[in-house]
Ligand binder design. Structure first.
Ligand SMILES: [Fe+2]
Length: 298
């Protein structure tokens, strides 16, 4: 019976160590646009409790004085804590998934006002995620993937503040139209202003039309453009080139790559362009499923 008791305490201890790992991982990854304002202190309190439990379990195990009833109670307790924690993670995951579905649904409202966009926001989101996944570890570890995803999907949110007469104007825009059009990154930031947890991504949205040579919408120099904004810019330019628009034909994948290489180092970040070109063509073109158009060539 003593062996059985020790085995139950050992299993309980293993579950508690697993819980420490899972809570620590949850705390370290919950600082994104959805959970940024949540109570992190409470998470650390829960982590501290789990650590104390694990120490008690270890003490009882190494003192070797567990009776069968104590073994059953300790194993049941750790199993209960594990189940509750897993339930919380599943709930948070489900809420995050629903929030992303809502964001993607909202992006169709942004795109619907411009006959040229047709799924562009989700396309930029998908391409940005591909670039993120291809980044070297030292760059990827500095980027919050969820934040980048939300910034990419909402990058053109400010077009809601641009009159449809400009968005859908046949032919080239005049200088006055461009003055209004150049406001859309800032309008997007203004719309998101009340959402405090989106503060971290506002700059990425505001700077998505900036250029490495400093000749973008707001003239911000390349070294002051965050990596996240540069990723969205590369994805945005590829999407715009690939889609047929009222003022131009759709470019093929190879034509897009050639044009982007020409823009590397002036309009676009050269390292990101090379990284993007290294992603297999079939993976890149699979993202075109987001576009509600057949005007995309290969
Ligand atoms: Fe834009």
């Amino acid at each position: 019976m003593a062996v059985l008791s020790q085995a139950m305490v050992a299993l309980g201890l293993a579950l508690m160590l697993f819980n420490i790992y899972s809570v620590a991982r949850f705390v370290s990854t919950q600082r994104d646009v959805l959970t940024g304002k949540s109570d992190v202190t409470l998470s650390y309190v829960i982590l501290a409790f789990v650590v104390v439990f694990a120490i008690v379990y270890a003490y009882i195990f190494f003192q070797n004085f567990a009776e069968p009833s104590i073994g059953i109670i300790l194993l049941s307790g750790s199993a209960f804590v594990t189940v509750v924690l897993q339930w919380i993670y599943t709930l948070v995951g489900s809420i995050k998934e629903t929030a992303m579905d809502i964001a993607e649904a909202l992006s169709t409202v942004i795109d619907a006002r411009d006959r040229d966009l047709r799924g562009h926001s989700r396309h930029v989101e998908a391409i940005s995620m591909l670039i993120y996944d291809a980044l070297p570890e030292h760059q990827r570890s500095k980027i919050n993937k969820t934040n980048l995803e939300y910034a990419a999907i909402f990058h053109d949110l400010g077009k809601l503040g641009v009159p449809e007469s400009i968005l859908n104007k046949p032919g080239a825009l005049n200088e006055q139209d461009w003055v209004v059009m150049r406001r859309h990154p800032q309008i997007g930031v203004d719309i998101l202003q009340p959402v405090k947890s989106f503060a971290d991504i506002q700059d990425w949205i505001r700077l998505h039309h900036e250029r490495i040579d400093g000749r973008g919408y707001y003239g911000v120099p390349g070294d002051q453009i965050p990596l996240e904004a540069r990723i969205i810019t590369v994805a945005d330019v590829f999407s715009a080139l690939l889609m047929k628009r009222s003022y131009k034909e759709a470019a093929s994948y190879d034509e897009c790559i050639a044009i982007m290489r020409e823009c590397a180092g002036t309009q676009l970040d050269a390292q990101l362009v090379e990284l993007f070109c290294s992603i297999p063509k079939d993976k890149v073109m699979a993202c075109s499923r987001c576009l509600y158009t057949t005007d995309v060539s290969n």
